[in-house]
Design a binder for this molecule. Structure first.
Ligand code: NAD
Ligand code: ZN
Length: 370
C-alpha cells in the first residue's frame, strides 16, 4: 500500500483573468497592448511558434513596434529547461534597462508554456529549474497574454508550464497561480493550418484528461462541470463528418480552454502516467503518447476505449502501433519506473493499493499492447 494523500483541503483555485473569444479576435491584441503601452514605455516580447516564421498572413497582423522583440520559439521538441534558460538570456541581454510591458505567447502548448516560463523568470530571476515544482514562484511574472494556435492541451488555461529537465529526467512545470495567463485571445481562425493528425492528437488531450478526471475517486464539483462540458464539445467535434470545420475548430478551442480550467481542480488517471513513460523513455510527444496509450486502456476505461476507437476510425487518424516492440528489458524497466512514479493519478484511478495492480509484469504487458 502506498500512502498517498489526494487533496482534502478547500482549494483556492485561480483561472485566467480575462479572455476574448471569436473569429478574427486576434485584432484585439493591438488595443489590449495599447492600454499597457499608454501607461508606461517599454517593450513587448512576442514569442511565436516557429511554424509561423514565414507566415506573413499572421505576422502582418501582430502589433509589433520598433523596439519590441519578436522571437520564434523552436518547437521541434517539447520545451526543456535548458532551452528556456537560453531564451531568457537572449531576451535579458537585448532588453537591458527597458521595462517589459508584456510577454505574448502565440502558438501551441509548447510555445504557450515557454511564454509562461519566460514571463515568470523575468521577474523572479534565477533559472527555469529553480521553479519546477509546486508554489515556488515568488512574485507575479510580467503581464502574460496567451494566443493559442492549436487546441487541446489546455496550456492556455492551466497553472503550469511543462518543461523537461534533462539533467534529472524530470518533466515538471512551474505549478503556481502566477503561471496563469492574465489575458487570452481565443481566435479559431488561427487553428485552420494545423495538420489533421496533430489536431486530433492535441484535441484528444482535453478529452482524455477530462475522462480520467471524471472516472477518478477525487472529485470537485467545479472541475467536474468544466470536464463534462469539455467532453461534450469534443464529442461534437470528433463525432462529426469534418472535425476541422470552422465551427468545430471554434468548439475545440472552447473545449481546450474548459479542459485546461478543469486541471486545477482534478487529477488525471491511468493514461497520463503511461503516456509520461512513453515521453520520457521513447521521446514521444505528450499528446501522441496519450493516444498511443489509449489503445491499451480497454481494461481501465472500457466504454471510453470504444469511443476513442470510433473517433480514430471516423476521422481516419494514423496512429503509430507496436511502439514498444523490440525494446530491451532495461527499457521496459525504465518505462515501468517512469510510469509508477506518478502516484497521485494512479491512486486517483485505482486507489492506494494501485501497486498491487500495476506490477512490473502488468505494466510491461500494457506497454506491449500499444
Ligand atoms: P506543440 O505546441 O508542441 O505543437 C505541435 C506542432 O504543431 C508544432 O510543430 C507546431 O509548430 C505546430 N503548430 C502549432 N500551431 C499550428 C498551426 N496553427 N498551424 C500549423 N502548425 C501548428 O503541441 P501541443 O500539443 O499544443 O502542445 C504540447 C505541449 O504542451 C507539450 O510540451 C506538453 O507537455 C504541453 N502541455 C502543457 C500543459 C499545461 O497545462 N501547461 C498541459 C498539457 C500539455
Ligand atoms: Zn495531458
Amino acid at each position: 500500500m502506498v500512502d498517498i494523500e489526494l487533496e482534502t483541503t478547500y482549494l483556492n483555485s485561480k483561472n485566467v483573468g480575462q479572455y476574448v473569444y471569436g473569429v478574427g479576435s486576434l485584432k484585439s491584441l493591438e488595443s489590449i497592448l495599447a492600454s499597457r503601452r499608454n501607461s508606461s514605455s517599454g517593450v513587448v516580447i512576442f514569442l511565436v511558434d516557429g511554424y509561423f516564421e514565414h507566415n506573413d498572413h499572421l505576422l502582418k497582423k501582430l502589433p509589433v513596434n520598433d523596439h519590441d522583440r519578436l522571437i520564434f520559439v523552436s518547437v521541434s521538441s517539447e520545451p526543456t529547461t535548458t532551452y528556456v534558460n537560453a531564451l531568457l538570456k537572449k531576451i535579458v541581454s537585448t532588453t537591458k534597462g527597458q521595462k517589459n510591458l508584456a510577454v505574448v505567447g502565440i502558438g501551441g502548448g509548447s510555445t504557450l508554456d515557454v511564454a509562461k516560463a519566460i514571463s515568470n523568470l523575468l521577474t523572479n530571476g534565477g533559472c527555469a529549474e529553480d521553479y519546477q515544482g509546486w508554489d515556488l514562484v515568488r512574485v507575479p511574472g510580467v503581464y502574460k497574454i496567451g494566443v493559442p494556435t492549436l487546441s487541446g492541451t489546455g496550456a492556455e488555461a492551466s497553472r503550469t508550464c511543462v518543461m523537461i529537465n534533462k539533467e534529472n529526467g524530470k518533466k515538471l512545470g512551474m505549478n503556481s497561480e502566477y503561471t496563469v495567463f492574465d489575458q487570452l485571445i481565443l481566435d479559431p481562425d488561427l487553428t485552420a493550418t494545423v495538420p489533421e493528425n496533430q489536431y486530433f492528437y492535441s484535441g484528444m488531450d482535453t478529452w482524455i484528461h477530462c475522462v480520467e478526471a471524471l472516472k477518478g475517486s477525487y472529485r470537485h464539483p467545479i472541475g467536474d462541470a468544466f470536464s463534462n462540458q469539455a467532453i461534450g464539445l469534443c464529442r461534437e467535434v470528433f463525432d462529426s463528418n469534418e472535425m476541422m470545420s470552422d465551427s468545430n475548430r471554434g468548439k475545440l478551442m472552447v473545449a481546450s480552454y474548459l479542459g485546461g480550467s478543469a486541471i486545477a481542480n482534478s487529477y488525471v488517471g491511468v493514461v497520463h502516467p503511461f503516456s509520461a513513460g512513453l515521453s520520457v523513455v521513447l521521446n514521444l510527444p505528450h499528446c501522441l503518447a496519450n493516444c498511443v496509450t489509449m489503445m491499451a486502456m480497454e481494461p481501465y476505461y472500457p466504454k471510453e476505449y470504444g469511443e476513442f476507437r470510433t473517433f480514430i476510425d471516423r476521422n481516419e487518424i494514423v496512429l503509430p502501433r507496436d511502439v514498444c516492440q523490440g525494446l530491451s528489458d532495461a527499457q521496459f524497466d525504465a518505462l515501468y519506473r517512469a510510469t509508477i512514479v506518478h502516484e497521485k493519478p494512479l491512486t486517483n484511478a485505482l486507489g492506494t493499493g494501485f501497486s498491487s495492480e500495476m506490477t512490473k509484469t502488468r505494466v510491461r504487458e500494457l506497454f506491449e499492447r500499444m
